[in-house]
Design a protein around this ligand. Sequence first.
Ligand code: C2O
Ligand code: CU
Ligand code: CU
Length: 554
Amino acid sequence: MPIEGASRAIFPDIQEQSMKFKITVIALSTSLALASLAGCIHNNDTETQSYNLPDFKHLPVLVDKDGDPNDNQGTYTLKVESNVQVPVNTPDDNWITPMLRYNGSALPPVIRAKRGDVMTFPVTNNLDKITTVHWHGFKIPGDQDGGPDFPIAAGDSHTYSFTINQPAASLWFHPHPHEKTGEQVYRGLAGVFLVDDEISRQLEADKQLPAGDYDIPLLIQDRRFKDDHNDDRIRELAYKTHTRDTVLGQLGDIVLVNGVQLPKLEVESRKYRFRIYNTSNARTLDIALNDGASFHVVGTDGGLLPEPVETKNIVLGAAERAEIVIDFSRYDIDEKVMLISRAFNGGSMMDMNGGMGRMGGMMNMMSSSDGMDNDGMDSDDVSEMANGKRFDIMRFDITTAASDDITLYTRLPDSAEIHSRLSETDATATREFVMSMGGMGSGMQFLINDKSFDMNRVDEQVDAGATEIWAISNTSPMAHPFHAHAIQWQILDRNGTPASGVDLGWKDTVLVQPGETVRFIGRFDPVINSGKYMYHCHILEHEDAGMMGTFVVQ
Ligand code: C2O
Ligand code: CU
Ligand code: CU
């Protein structure tokens, strides 16, 4: 496999060049503090025009039980299965990995429904452990939300039902069992849930948003595999094999897009809409094109943006989503362009807290407490890629000329709810949440407001129908994606700077940098929201280790 510098010469990356100095500095300081995380990276920067890549796979769309997609109701049976033999394709190799999957399918499913639809989900848990199905980003009652307080026992069945009552959005679902969310998601359980509404359908009909074959979900997840010791073409997932997996969250060295490492997708010279899901356990993505070209972001976690935002990159923490529109008409036929994650300082903004001191100190404490930093890359059967390392995600091969009939919308219709922005004066309550990390090594604590998760404790009481401001601060040395169930929020400001650009969209998960305070505002729907919900860091190992709290709406 070509090394970084060589491939860059063949396939120069404009942005990368300008960031080179910065990367070198980061790489140097990182290698001091995070010795085992820097170093040989399997899949970085490998691509050339000619390099042969595995084919892109489209996620399977589930079919409604009654077969009628337009009757305002949908029933989908989900069977939670273990030991599903999943083929994993990479540019170098193919193998089988036993995974957990819904309905025994090799790939995560897509469910599609429309606002107003009444949904029914009979779930059978065929695992030998508890699970739940949590509906991430949905405005639904607490008892349908699939949180850790409603486990489905091994062998049991449970039916979720709710009505979809929110704007068109790229939502998703995943297990949420107590202390095991990270492992079950990592081992393969997640699904895409696309909600349509009148507005999105009209925009698609009017050719103001790419739809159908030109609207493609990309589920991006990094994974680490054990070696195929017996050479039987089976590689198991490696999960939490080091203390650092718990501390930094589980990172992998192989980034899968819809289950394939570095796939190629043949595209026409026209606009496409990609629903980018960062469903990694812990990794942050900084999505960009390798030629530095701009694209439009048209949607965030909870729906379409009031106006498309033109940008060259978008940062997505774990669980965040973005709908982006890439215009391939600017390329010649036979050109290729790579979707990448740009380099960034993954112990990120430690400078704000006095350079490498804090994270470096924390990692040193870990190494002195359990020697976790002494297991160098070579002596280990697993490797990983530091958060913030640049890598290629997938390649678009422009193969077919097409006349593009899409003229992107410039402003959503007036009826779109996102236009009615809540303001500070609408709020009836303000709550503060401080995310912190303390202790060391395997004894490290992950806290919100100095508390570790207790399912039986109610941390916050919210009045039904209240409009609230939640101010989330991060006093730890690493970024945390804060997620709250129950509603979609509007960001007010970050460290006092009013929201702009992609921050003007609906959000259910917000990446909060070290030293940052993000304030968002939202209204708990008096008809829908009642009962108990969770808020937590969506680095799933942090959540499982206690960086979670509960709130009750009544
Ligand atoms: Cu996607 Cu409580 O989680
Ligand atoms: Cu959620
Ligand atoms: Cu966290």
